[in-house]
Design a protein around this ligand. Structure first.
Ligand SMILES: Cc1cc2nc3c(=O)[nH]c(=O)nc-3n(C[C@H](O)[C@H](O)[C@H](O)COP(=O)(O)OP(=O)(O)OC[C@H]3O[C@@H](n4cnc5c(N)ncnc54)[C@H](O)[C@@H]3O)c2cc1C
Length: 358
């Protein structure tokens, strides 16, 4: 069985590793020869995805930092805490640097006998040579031909990311503050390091000095020693209208991209990988070929859930955007009441952990 994966980002490598673990031969093709993974980017993955990753993909225990608590504040009322998520079994989310995850996956794949990186121009990829082709790139000929139709939303916002070095503290609680210009998240990476993601509305004139000033202004617990390089990205969300064409499937952020405020983009992809691998395992167990039927089943079982989940993240974004513009505390008071309700708090925590799959 041969699967061709187009791309060299985190989705491409994670999926490649999940497939070689099933004894499927993976050819990885990328038009991006020298991919530099951004040093300031971090990924938070939920407890159930962390467990899935360790059991079925690769062991990432050494590169993660465990979070026990997430606190949500509103800047409106002098940084008043409006929500609080905790996990009784001690691990709510795990944070790691994108770069480190990339290195673990890449190192492991390069020594796997079922894996090969090939240098082929996209137009030379022949779909009939492979059982399945999985595309994760945004700008290649296959994407333009089959995966350009989407439901898209531009947020008129930019995400600014960096890592702060600070004095040693236990650092097991992530903090997100909904400020007047957008949400800022402090995501612990170790006792000395914390990553910062600030999503700012209409931010064309925000320079790096201003971001540094804002980080100091909203920092509520760190004695900052140094702020590392600041990177920025335009924020969009979209869902592809069609997930596949015959045996070619779109995957990862090419399939669905969401606002980073809930740290769920890659979590959605891990859930997709879990489903995709299960479909493949079932076909193999039944002696059936791997062909477009896999893609059909994948789309049928994931598209509606991904669409609902992306829209719920968008709803949260819109809610706080609306609250930001309103000069009234009624909305954030109602979130506080909802969040203090044990059932609703548990439900939020479950959805963040498992998506809408429980
Ligand atoms: C600020 C921010 C914070 C986030 N935090 C979280 C989080 O906490 N938890 C979570 O689950 N998700 C989070 N996400 C989403 C997560 O980062 C993405 O879902 C994930 O990185 C997508 O990986 P990918 O391989 O599909 O896409 P990409 O990494 O974008 O790669 C797609 C393709 O594009 C190519 N490519 C990538 N970069 C370049 C480049 N510079 N030049 C040329 N080609 C390139 C790659 O080779 C690859 O083939 C966050 C996103 C943002 C923007």
């Amino acid at each position: 069985m041969r699967v061709c994966i187009i791309g060299s980002g985190l989705t491409a490598l994670t999926l490649a590793k999940a497939l070689v673990n099933q004894n499927i031969f993976v050819y990885l093709v990328s038009s991006n020869k020298n991919l530099k993974i951004n040093q300031s980017r971090t990924i938070g993955i939920s407890k159930s995805n962390f467990d899935y990753f360790n059991k079925n993909i690769v062991n990432i225990k050494k590169i993660i930092w465990k979070l026990k608590k997430i606190e949500i504040y509103s800047h409106k009322n002098k940084n008043e805490k409006i929500l609080n998520f905790e996990n009784s079994n001690n691990q709510l989310f795990s944070i790691m640097q994108n770069q480190q995850l990339y290195e673990v996956l890449n190192k492991d794949l390069l020594k796997n006998k079922n894996f090969k990186k090939i240098k082929t121009k996209k137009k030379l990829i022949k779909p009939e040579k492979y059982n399945l082709i999985v595309n994760t790139e945004y700008n290649n000929a296959i994407t333009k031909k089959y995966f350009s139709k989407k439901i898209e939303k531009v947020y008129n916002s930019f995400a600014y990311t960096t890592v702060i070095n600070h004095e040693k503290i236990p650092n097991e609680t992530a903090v997100q503050i909904f400020t007047k210009i957008g949400p800022i998240a402090f995501l612990p990476l170790s006792k000395h390091k914390t990553s910062v993601v600030y999503s700012i509305h209409a931010s064309k004139d925000v320079n790096k000095e201003k971001i540094i000033h804002l980080i100091h202004q909203h920092n509520i617990k760190y004695k900052i020693k140094k702020i590392e390089n600041i990177e920025n990205f335009e924020l969009k969300s979209f869902n592809l209208r069609s997930y596949y064409n015959n045996n070619i499937l779109a995957f990862g952020d090419l399939l669905h991209r969401i606002h980073p405020l809930a740290g769920q983009g890659f979590n959605m992809t891990i859930r997709d990988i879990n489903l995709f691998i299960n479909i493949i395992k079932n076909k193999i167990d039944l002696g059936l070929p791997l062909d477009s039927a896999v893609n059909y089943e994948f789309e049928k079982n994931s598209k509606h859930k991904n669409y609902i989940f992306s829209n719920s993240i968008d709803l949260i974004q819109e809610f706080f955007n609306f609250e930001r513009k309103l000069n009234h505390k009624i909305l954030h008071n109602s979130v506080k009441i909802l969040g203090n309700n044990r059932f609703i708090n548990k439900l939020f925590t479950k959805v963040a952990d498992k998506g809408i799959n429980f």
